[in-house]
Structure formats: C-alpha cells, structure tokens
Design a protein around this ligand. Structure first.
Ligand code: DOR
Ligand code: ZN
Length: 333
C-alpha cells in the first residue's frame, strides 16, 4: 500500500543554531515542503537583521532541497515601523511567557504591556503564535493560561491567534469558542500520556513542554484531529537536544520528531481508519487558515517496516529503535 502527501507542512519546528542546526536541519526538513521555524535561539530572533541572518543560515543548508522556511520573530514590544519592515520577511510572531520553556527567559512577564503590539499585528494581518502556559502546577499550566488567550481573542477579533502544541481538552473548548483562534498539535500529544513519560521508568525523550497529559486529554485531541477539525494543523514542535542534555539530571524539554512524523502519523491515521483526513491535517488546514500556496513537493509513503534510528547525530528521536509500519519511500516529483 502507498500514499502520497502533497506539500506537507510542519507548522512548528525548532532548527536551533550552530552545530546543532547543521546536524539536524536536513533530517528535520526532508519530509516537508515548508515549516514554521521557531525563534527561541540563545539570543532570540527578535529583529529583522536576526531574521535575515537566520534565514540565510537555514537556506545555505537546504540549498538543493525543495523546502521553504517560514520565519518567525520572538515577541517583544515592537513599533509599527519595525513590524511594517518585518512583515514581508516573516510568517508570524511567536509569543513566549517568560521562563515557561527552553530559551524563553526573554519572553513576556508583564502581559498588560503587550496590547499596543497586538493592535499592530492585527492591523498588519501578522499571525500571533502563542506558547500558552503559566508557571503554575505542571498539569494545569496550559489551562491556567487560557483566560489570557481568550482575552486576546476578544480584544483583537481580527488577530489570527494560533495556540501552539495544545495538550488538553480545555484548549479544544476555547478553540470552539473563538473564530480567530486556531491550534497546532504534535505527534507526542496524540500518542502519549503522563503515564508513558513517568508512570514506569522515566522516559526523558518523551519530556516536552507542555508535558503530555491525561488519557482524556489525549483522546479528545485524537478525536478532534481524526475527525478532521478544520482549525487544527500539524505542528511537530520537533525540538532536538543532545543526548547528554536529555539523559541527564535536569533533562531538557523537547521531543525530536520531525524525521519520523509522517510515518508515525500514517500509522496512527490508518489504525483509526482516518487516512483520508491525513492530507488536510498535514497541509490542507494550514493552507486554508493562513492562505498558503501548496508547494510542488509530494512525499510518498509505503506500508513497509521502518526501524527508527537510535540517533540522528547526537540526538535521540522519539520512538528510537521502534519499528513503524510506514516509511517514506520518495520525496519530490
Ligand atoms: O518541549 C519543548 N521544547 N517545548 C517548547 O516549547 C520549546 C522546545 C525547545 O525549544 O526545546
Ligand atoms: Zn516549540
């Protein structure tokens, strides 16, 4: 059996910098026509100059591959002039609350100060991507942040807001309530719960922010995604860290998933008899929501065993060593 996915899009991807960028870019982008590249580098990508420099670094690595990076900037208070200049160079602005995840220390701690920038984003039609978590109890962080998302959606009705990597039923309810709210979902939040991460021996490669949640949360996400919810897009949140930062006390948050995402999703959608919905989850919904043109990159998958490598360079992928029932057989025309 074979399927072809047209113009697969990863709406949330971490490509890092320096040696890690060089090592993981190709395996991360190989199966995708385009991806939204996160700006949480050690020095956050928060100016036009930094966006241009980062884009050039990525483009030099992907030069012979059909791939378009969709750049983002790290949210701060921007002037109208700055955002006008940025608009043609970025896909979106990414908002991190301060300290909630990897390299987010320069994120927002005073939310009362963000409104003038949101006003300009709305006016210029630049989407706002949100890491929606507080610094509260780990299982409640996403839920606790929802009133903030709702406030933004109410006050800025024409601002396109994407709740990134949603992990709870509560977020699905908010998604239903506001026309201008959309969401991305990862593979790990569709596959795993807190029991898989910490119910037996601790599994560091399943540790990410937001943390995987309760069975009812995973089920609700699965139901929505498999039913073809039009406001939900695939975003891997593939977030590589070197093995020695994962298999260590003080394990870094992030699952490395981009190189295995399509086979995992094919297996999941097939198991639930929802294969006909995979194309929209992986591309169609994002095209409609954001007005993106499909790119000429079909990716074919075959139903054949694929053993996930133990490592990609210094990084251990999600499901390392597991055998999946689908593999990518060819990319491109
Ligand atoms: O687990 C995560 N890792 N969640 C994020 O939001 C950031 C990411 C990273 O950059 O490592
Ligand atoms: Zn992320």
């Amino acid at each position: 059996m074979e399927i072809t996915l047209f113009s697969p899009l990863d709406m949330h991807l971490h490509l890092r910098e320096g040696d890690m960028l060089k090592a993981i870019t190709l395996p991360s982008i190989n199966d995708f026509a385009s991806a939204v590249v996160m700006p949480n580098l050690r020095d956050p990508v928060d100016t036009l100059e930094k966006v241009q420099t980062y884009r050039k670094q990525i483009e030099s690595l992907v030069s012979e591959h059909a791939f378009e990076p969709l750049m983002t900037v790290f949210f701060r208070s921007f002037s109208r002039q700055e955002l006008i200049a940025l608009k043609s160079h970025i896909f979106a602005v990414k908002l991190y609350p301060a300290g909630v995840t990897t390299q987010s220390e320069k994120g927002i701690s005073d939310f009362s100060a963000i409104e003038p920038t949101l006003e300009i984003l709305q006016e210029l039609k630049i989407p706002l991507l949100v890491h929606g978590e507080t610094n509260g109890f780990v299982l409640d962080r996403e839920k606790e942040f929802l009133p903030m998302v709702e406030r933004m959606a109410q006050n800025f009705k024409d601002l396109r807001i994407v709740m990134e990597h949603i992990s709870t039923r509560d977020s699905l309810r908010v998604l239903e309530r506001y026309e201008n709210i959309f969401a991305t979902v990862t593979v790990q939040h569709l596959l795993f719960t807190l029991d898989d991460l910490a119910g037996g021996l601790l599994q560091p490669h399943l540790f990410c922010k937001p943390i995987v949640k309760r069975p009812a949360d995973r089920q609700a996400l699965l139901d929505a995604v498999l039913a073809g919810h039009p406001k939900i897009m695939f975003g891997s949140d593939s977030a590589p860290h070197p093995l020695d930062k994962k298999e260590a006390p003080g394990c870094a948050a992030g699952c490395f998933t981009a190189p295995i995402a399509l086979p995992v999703l094919a297996e999941l959608f097939e198991r639930h008899e929802a294969m006909s919905r995979l194309q929209d989850f992986i591309s169609g919904h994002a095209q409609t929501i954001h007005g993106l043109e499909p790119l000429p990159k079909p990716v074919r998958l075959k139903k054949e065993p694929y053993k996930v490598p133990q490592t990609f360079g210094s990084v251990v992928p999600l499901l390392a060593g597991h055998t999946l029932s689908w593999r990518v057989s060819s990319r491109g025309d």
